[in-house]
Design a protein around this ligand. Sequence first.
Ligand code: HEM
Length: 692
Amino acid sequence: MEKRTGLFSARVRSSPRPVSLPFIPTGKIRPGGSLALGLGVRRLQQVEIPIYRICPCPAPSLVPHKASHFPLYPRVVSCAVITNLFMTMYPLGFLPLFCTFLPYSVAVNAALLVPVIVLAVWSYAVFAPRPSSAKDADDVYPVHLPGSSLAHILPFFQRRFDFINQGFELAGQAIYQFSLLRNPVIVLSGEAARRDFFQAKDLDLGAGFRFLSGAVRSRNTFCCRTPSSSSRDRSQLTLTVPSLQIPMLPGVTTDLGPGRVALIYKRLATTQTSESLSRLIPQILEDSRRTINAWGNSGILDPFDRVPELIFQTSVRSLAFSELAEDPATVKRLRELYDTLDTATTPATVLFPWLPSPTAVRKLLATKRIYDIIGKTLDDRMKNGIARDDTPQMLIDAGDERMIIIGFVMGLLVAGARSTGTTASWLITFLSGHPEWREKAADEVRRLIMNHAAQLRCSSEPRTTFAGSTEDASCSAQDQPERQSHQPPSSAPAEPSPASPPLSSLTASLASIPLSAWENDTPVLDSLIRETLRVAEPHVAMRQYLPLSHSSEKEVRAPHAYAKTLYLGGRAIPPGAYVMYPFSDVHLSSDVYQNPWRWDPGRAEMGLKAPYSYVGMGAGTTICQGKRLATLELKLVTAQVVLGFGELRAVDARGLPLPELPRPNWNDVLTCKPPPGSCYVRFERTVEVDAL
Ligand code: HEM
């Protein structure tokens, strides 16, 4: 009989055969199965643990773990033991056991004592400050932050920006280290360390995020080593989302191996070919028009809620099934579920992923629901056999497996929507406090329309255009047959009124601008995006140093003993250590940018030649894989806002103009939002609302 411990189970992987547990004659550990109830510490030690990979997290098998991944090993075993002791085994395990050879009262005391002792030993092992070694004493290794690792956990996850900066002050050095559950985490700063960090090859982004992300943001990336990495690299590929990892469900998200992740990256590249992006332009604009229409002609909105909502819609359009994008209720539901994943990521869920706390359960349920929505949409489409003109169809036509298609949509949606939404929120907020830049951007888009909106120029009926001139507009369909045919049915432009053309007319004008112009002829929009990312992208790049090549068998068996020490900024990084580079070190440095908190897209320093002085879309060996799509989305939405709104003003909760814009909150690593209620945007349309 195989016993199940449900959520409290420790999972055993990689074993080719079941293992019998003598204490429960019928109990077994099966590969991918559960650790049986009643498993004792002594017995656990007797099992050939080293040949198995016991993974403490409820969703472990996403990552092809390596037996050589030793720093995790003691923690993993102790987690499994504690979990069983407290959650399942005790008193079912020890009490009956002790009763067999001790009087009942002694057995009760003994049964109570054992878990207390184990907990004490475990706490010491996990939380005790690392004794500084002889190595640390010389100045090659980064200096340790004082204090127990226990004291670092909450500030690291809850106020990361402050924690990192205070660390620099406490350490008095540009590079320091602290411990998270006895894992060394090294924080870098300075030009040399930055250059070394971005150029290093053995720093694994996926592994770093798996451990260090969490209440963070992710910056929002869906990351893993690129397919071009070495074979060892590829075995470590992970579907993780910087700042947000999608919980893994056995049989659902667990089986994405390196090959599949590499394929997802390949498909993401195809999604961003010029042809695919040109097809998306009118669709993104139309979705954006529909969402903006719902705001009304004038009012006050929360840019940190409504703008991400808009971007979520356009991200679903760009990356997911068109059936979903055309169903507002499902888009709303998906967004709520992804938000649940964010809020359900706490220090506890990151550090003790095996603990089935209510938030961990909520996170799992949200993942399952997202999976169900996406899986059902895919299955329905396959059943109906009706092809649609969207991104998943490209994967279906290529014959990709179900898991790849679902992984693509689930992972990239969160990667795309979160970071693009955060950037767009701040961009609109900055424009609402800087009318001069709003006007410059509007002028630039008007010029593009003037140059490219052929459909308006060849009309026989004169009308007011967004380029500010009177032109005619009757031959758009003939001029742009291909692009028009890709527009969703609801996007047919409404009849414009000469004085105040509806938003659909603006959308049609913008849709006539070719991709090449959006990408190469928008210096103002480019500088707005770049400056917004500089000031309001609270990303901390995270990696784990996993040395790649081991030649001899000895080295393969004990890579940490033989691996070369890596030097970053002149400091030694031991194999297995985690390394972080906060973007604030360069983006908010007053040595690099004068008055760095000031949002100024015209700043001369933007042309700086210092190495990696701007890393908003990644740098060196890790560049954002969704950069082209994200930038296009941002430009299209910004164009619609700067031409569609005559007034855009930052106000307080009472609707009064704000004397000063709030500062992006870098401690909020996911959204960078200012304090709730501190900033709204009052808007008024220049164009009337279309009939929906
Ligand atoms: C404004 C929006 C975005 C910003 C600011 C952004 C920023 C970044 C940054 C800074 C990195 C590097 C992370 C690091 O070095 O630690 C990154 C990586 C990545 N981003 Fe983005 N991103 C955005 C949108 C997107 C979108 C829309 C997608 C996909 C549809 C995407 C997919 C990825 C992936 C897959 C990686 C990992 C690259 C690798 O493994 O080498 N990103 N992104």
